[in-house]
Design a protein around this ligand. Sequence first.
Ligand SMILES: Cc1cc2nc3c(=O)[nH]c(=O)nc-3n(C[C@H](O)[C@H](O)[C@H](O)COP(=O)(O)OP(=O)(O)OC[C@H]3O[C@@H](n4cnc5c(N)ncnc54)[C@H](O)[C@@H]3O)c2cc1C
Length: 387
Amino acid sequence: MVRNEAALAEILDSIQRFVRERLVPAEIAVDREARIPGDIVAELGAMGLAGLALPEAFGGSGLTVEEKIRVVIAMAWTSPAFYRRFSSNDGAGFALQHYGSEEQKARWLPELAAGRITGAFALTEPGAGSDAGAIRTSARREGDDYVLNGEKRFITNAPHADLVLVTARTDPAEAGARGVSTFLVEGDRPGLGRGPADEKMGLNGNDTGDLLFEDCRIPAANLVGREGEGFAIVMRRLDIVRVEAAATAVGNAERLIRESLDFAQAREQFGRPIADYQLIQAMLADSRAEAYAARCMVLDTARRLDDGAAAGTEAACCKLFATEMVARVADRAVQIQGGTGFMRGSAVERFYRDVRIYRIYDGTNQIQQLLIARNMLREARDETGRG
Ligand SMILES: Cc1cc2nc3c(=O)[nH]c(=O)nc-3n(C[C@H](O)[C@H](O)[C@H](O)COP(=O)(O)OP(=O)(O)OC[C@H]3O[C@@H](n4cnc5c(N)ncnc54)[C@H](O)[C@@H]3O)c2cc1C
């Protein structure tokens, strides 16, 4: 749902200008140095990217899902590291918006929305990836406090997060999704340790790392929602997260297609631009068709989410299709550029590495397949009344 097409066009226009004039020229250095310069981080916050969907009353932009998705696609013209610098702010903010106390909202939402602080959302553990219900981090109640112990792995922005939303088991007698709660942990709490930034294949400049909780004491007021609601909080935003991952894939694919098209028209072999050869044209056409299909899927699902319709299957389809699509588009882009596309410093080589992660995080694509099939089978049983 777009509430005001003209207002959205203005936002998209300023983002597109910022991306092309400020971020694209910085992409190579960010990848090489695995670091976004401080002035760009500040500008990303000032652009409102940390609080796109957070309520206007708390300093966010209050965008609908469709509006936000269109911003995400526009941002994905450049390295995904830039948008992801503050994407956990929206995630942590979403949890606070829907489950937080009035004090928690007043204290943290304006800071998160303005990008004055960096948020992180810590679920994954060494023994709990796809099987998120296997988490072992514990939160033991002691008087007016909880005491946290455990380890979180691969957490986006962990090395520099100021505020961590962490899931921990409050009821050791329960297994799986039950008995899990969500807490706010301020970055300077004694007992919260951080590992070094992970060295990754791609997505350089967007740090991930371990968080270690060793008798980390937090006030009971830092519980978000009620005890045992931890998984409900995670699940509530999953559909949006998946559509966002797909939207990033769409934006990256559109940039890769532009890089491919420009190169194919400029590069001459056998006395003609390679764009004249039908085998090159076939690759361009396949990429365009697939990216267009994914764009339609993400916008349709975003509208469903705005309408409050159930869209779990559609969101998983978007994530599955768009993230596989962008891998094929990146592969063709490298192929079209030949040796040039294999060289460090070329945009297509960087995207080729960056997009690999989309099939892994936010639920691996195998998990999306399982989810889609499970929903299909349930719907089929409901239709036939069998089983
Ligand atoms: C760059 C990056 C950023 C991340 N950011 C965050 C973050 O901010 N917060 C956070 O909490 N986590 C984060 N993660 C963790 C991410 O969500 C997990 O890596 C992901 O859920 C997969 O878990 P895993 O790596 O343990 O793989 P595993 O779950 O061990 O999976 C390994 C393989 O087994 C397959 N598999 C697993 N179970 C099944 C099954 N039942 N059937 C078929 N195949 C199966 C998987 O699909 C995969 O191919 C991040 C990870 C990365 C790499």
